[in-house]
Design a binder for this molecule. Sequence first.
Ligand code: G3P
Ligand code: CA
Length: 255
Amino acid sequence: MTPDAREPFVVAHRGASAERMEHTLAAYELALEQGADGVECDVRLTRDGHLVCVHDRTVERTSNGTGLVSEMTLEQLRELDFGGPGRPATVLTLGELITLVLDWRARPTKLFVETKHPVRYGGLVENKVLAELQRFGIASPPSADHSRAVVMSFSATAVWRIRRSAPLLPTVLLGDSSVYLGGGAATTVGATAVGPSVKTLREHPELVDRAAAAGRATYCWTVDDQEDVALCRDLGVSWLATNHPGRTKGWLAAV
Ligand code: G3P
Ligand code: CA
């Protein structure tokens, strides 16, 4: 995951989440079928210590249940429907998503795992993510470019923890321009890439070159408009996360 001049790799944000319910197996399968180069997921801990792919603290928005993910067991979460009308789906564990990515034989793809609320659990989430990557043999890649997994966080502390425990694993420090423009926290914690929002990229396009000068790639989220895809390509963004992986691959192939 080094800065380079290729067209951006396309990461399906929560799967093909514009067309299927986010973080479901169906959303990830569709993204891979559409040619996504990688898939993104958020992970949270259940009450009984399992990592599940859920963005929000609660399950209200994405399932037919109510309550905090952190106060429910995996078994309780499995009883809920995360798929919506006509497409029932159970909650996805990180292990199940890793299995899908590694079993995808059409081409090698990457998994981008974002840890949520790292401060609250004092490193437990990062340790669990690493243990899960280790279980599948992908926590110590030969190089960042050849890694099948990338760990991301808005928390510099979380990124630092990952770097300390798994120095070969690529990382992205997500966040705003103040973090990146002077090198800042991404340099301090040794993140492989900076991770601005597309709004920040529009306002500060120079951040891509600055990151590259410091040996860092750029991961930009969430890039759903055609002009923003073109901006990422023109600036040399390495990875762009989008809710529309199929459409985005088409746009990039057409130029
Ligand atoms: O890919 C990074 C992006 O997902 C960060 O924002 O809120 O969608 O997790 P959020
Ligand atoms: Ca995310």
